[in-house]
Structure formats: structure tokens, C-alpha cells
Design a protein around this ligand. Sequence first.
Ligand SMILES: [Zn+2]
Ligand SMILES: [Zn+2]
Length: 86
Amino acid sequence: MSNTDFQIKCPICSWNHDGRENWRCTCGHTWNTFQTYGTCPKCNKRWEDTQCPTVICGKWSKHEDWYIVPINIVELKLKSNYLIND
Ligand SMILES: [Zn+2]
Ligand SMILES: [Zn+2]
């Protein structure tokens, strides 16, 4: 199962995540929040909510609500914890 086998969508407007680094942390770092389960890889800030990057929507939703097809969230959480403890 590759990373393209699951879908990530905005729960409000159904915008499809395009795999780009659309999220900017308060520390100024820009990254793809779905590769780290909402944790900034630079300052390790954990984002419980994720903002839709589209101009028309721009709404905040629970990070977990973005995953349409169940994926290995445990694995992502472990990765996220690893980043925090690193
Ligand atoms: Zn949206
Ligand atoms: Zn940060």
C-alpha cells in the first residue's frame, strides 16, 4: 500500500490534498502537515486542527477528520512522537 492509496480531503469543502507543502507554522516553517500527522518538523508544534489551504474555504477542521480512507494512523502518531522527542 503506497501513500497514494488513501485520500485526504477537507471535511468541509472536499478539497483534495495535492501533496504539496501548503501549511505554514507559527515558526515560519512551511511543510506538508499530513506527512507528520500535524506536527511541525522544525519546532515540533502539534497542530490538533488543520486549516484548509484554499481561499474559498480556509476553515479549520480536526486533523483526523481529513483522512477519508483509514490509514495507519498509529504509524503516523509514532512518527509524530518521534519528532517531538528528537
Ligand atoms: Zn476546505
Ligand atoms: Zn513550527
